[in-house]
Design a protein around this ligand. Structure first.
Ligand SMILES: C=C1C[C@]23C[C@@]1(O)CC[C@H]2[C@@]12CCC[C@@](C)(C(=O)O1)[C@H]2[C@@H]3C(=O)O
Ligand code: AKG
Ligand code: FE2
Length: 365
């Protein structure tokens, strides 16, 4: 399965912080290094604030997905065909990994010029306070890192990760196809740039997240508010809640955090920045965060899915007015690492400049 090319690493600035590997699991209080000044609380979800739950076998699936991507930028899917045992096995492997002693986990630490490995979430370096989480990023084969973690017992981890990635790729391709159909493309016009049908060749990164129970959840954040840079992200959040999305601004109503309630066996789908670009803003790249709680250790797995490395993404429907310029995932990640929440706005160009679409991901219709 293709991963993002690592010839030229994407440099998130290196963390400037404090104790990089403070043991969160055994903390009795939140140290200053992890204390965030204000974590905007989320009110209880109101009656009109349910994030869509879409049955992938529904006859209306295309319009349901289109509507969810436009109004929320996030939805949950059921009837996706992924075996529940695989989801449980993935969670067990994540638990096994993050339960290792810190010194052992650091043997698989993310090196400065690689995407993969154990460490803080890459966006950590953009904040002065640390987050209440650890991550393990897998781009390509997990083998080398798994061998460093469990020299005599790495096989099970690799087997589960590979099976999980295979299943997520299948679901991601289906979802991407449904999203494109809902944008008005037909089966025939879903044509990726290049000689082959490269929809079969999506790139992906698997991010395992661990959020230990926290003695003061009101002062700490698991993962700070962000959008994913992907086309789409498929998140498995098991049975412990923590994922919140910022409800897009409706006329006159203030933006607010809404909890994505865990549904056994469901997968959460986030629209990412590249899909926002692809739809020229019609689909909404959703701002989300992970909060922590006092008693439960939470794990999640994000399958972050983008176009093949060499493919540029640009709006598929020829827009009138300003539009996003064609861009590869790698280039966009570089911009995101510098500009973070200003990255999307920085790739908008004027009408006169968006006539060159020779390299775009999909033929413009
Ligand atoms: C390909 C990537 C997307 C990602 C940065 C990364 O290089 C590898 C991990 C991804 C992740 C997962 C946690 C949240 C996030 C914002 C981060 O810090 O690392 C995302 C990045 C992203 O989607 O931009
Ligand atoms: O753990 C979660 O609920 C969110 C994880 C996430 O946003 C990510 O990995 O990008
Ligand atoms: Fe995310």
């Amino acid at each position: 399965m293709p991963s993002i090319s690592m010839e030229q690493p994407i440099h998130f600035p290196q963390p400037i912080h404090h104790p990089k590997h403070f043991d969160l699991g055994s903390a009795h209080e939140v140290p200053d290094s992890h204390t965030w000044p204000t974590i905007q609380p989320n009110p209880p979800n109101g009656p009109n604030e349910s994030i869509p739950v879409i049955d992938l076998s529904s006859p209306d699936v295309i319009s349901l997905i289109g509507h969810a991507c436009e109004s929320w930028g996030v939805f949950q899917v059921i009837s996706h065909g992924v075996d529940l045992n695989l989801l449980h096995n993935l969670e067990s492997q994540a638990r096994r990994l993050f339960s290792l002693p810190t010194q052992q986990k650091l043997k698989a630490g993310r090196s400065p010029n690689s995407i993969s490995g154990y460490g803080l979430a890459p966006i950590s370096s953009l904040f002065s306070k640390l987050m209440w989480s650890e991550g393990f990023t897998i781009s390509g084969s997990p083998l080398d890192h798994a061998r460093s973690l469990w020299p005599d017992d790495y096989f099970n981890f690799c087997e589960v990760i590979e099976e999980y990635n295979k299943e997520m790729k299948r679901v991601a391709e289906r979802l991407m196809q449904l999203m494109l159909l809902s944008l008005g493309l037909t089966e025939e016009t879903i044509k990726w740039a290049g000689p082959m049908n490269e929809l079969q060749d999506i790139s992906s990164v698997l991010q395992l997240n661990s959020y230990p129970a926290c003695p003061n959840p009101d002062r700490a954040i698991g993962l700070a508010a962000h959008t994913d840079s992907s086309l789409l992200t498929i998140l498995y959040q098991s049975n412990t809640s923590g994922l919140q999305v910022l409800r897009p601004n409706k006329e006159s109503s203030p933006t607010q955090w809404v909890t994505v309630p865990p549904i056994p066996g469901a997968l959460v789908v986030n629209v990412g920045d590249l899909c926002h670009i692809l739809s020229n803003g019609r689909f909404h790249s959703v701002v989300h965060r992970a909060v922590v709680n006092r008693t439960e250790h939470r794990y999640s797995a994000a399958y972050i899915c983008g176009p093949p490395a060499h493919v540029k993404v640009s709006p598929i429907v020829k827009p009138v007015g300003p539009a996003y310029r064609p861009i590869t995932w790698r280039e966009y990640l570089g911009i995101k690492a510098r500009l973070f929440d200003k990255a999307l706005a920085s790739v908008i160009i004027s009408e006169e400049d968006h006539n060159d679409n020779s390299t775009c991901l999909l033929s413009c219709v």
